[in-house]
Design a protein around this ligand. Structure first.
Ligand SMILES: [Cu+2]
Length: 175
């Protein structure tokens, strides 16, 4: 069952990758062992919203698979790794209970409409221009702190803001 779902997902991801490839590349990259993280961003939330989505690209530069098994932030009660897919014309999402595998030599993009980090019980409204600190946890690379840029409510990708404004701010990241 897992395998079939992953196959379907890889098709969706190929589609997303094609779309996001047109977004401006960002210079900032966080490295932890063989894992490299880039394009980390979150969507601004409407006032009072308790949930929100965060997105990023995870590349595995090693020779063995690794797995994103969890994430946490002081800004949220909990964070789950979700996948979103179309099912009978309806968008559905569900948690990836066993984590998100990053195959060696491959990059997985978490983006609107596909995989995402689902933040629950948000403590504050996320506003455009904010930075959100999330610690990712990988099976092999361990815990990786990443700074996510908060983009507009309708943003689809970094640099492609709802209002047409460019968001190319520097990220400050310390390992
Ligand atoms: Cu979700």
């Amino acid at each position: 069952m897992q395998f079939r779902e992953l196959t379907l997902l890889s098709i969706a991801c190929a589609f997303l990758a094609a779309y996001v490839a047109t977004a401006p590349a960002r210079a900032d990259e966080v490295k932890a062992g063989d894992i490299a993280i880039s394009q980390a961003w979150s969507r601004a939330t409407p006032n009072g919203a308790k949930i929100g989505g965060s997105y990023l690209t995870i590349e595995n530069k090693g020779t063995a698979p690794d797995k994103l098994i969890g994430a946490s932030s002081d800004a949220a009660g909990s964070i789950q790794v979700h996948e979103m897919s179309m099912s009978g014309g309806t968008m559905k999402m569900r948690p990836l209970e066993s984590g998100l595998t990053i195959e060696p030599g491959k990059a997985v993009k978490l983006a609107p409409g596909g995989y995402h980090l689902m933040m629950m019980e948000l403590k504050n409204q996320l506003k455009q221009g904010d930075k959100l600190a999330i610690t990712l946890e990988f099976e092999k690379a361990g815990k990786v702190p990443v700074s996510f840029d908060v983009m507009g409510v309708g943003a689809q990708a970094p640099g492609a803001d709802a209002g047409g404004k460019m968001q190319m701010k520097k990220m400050d990241m310390k390992m």
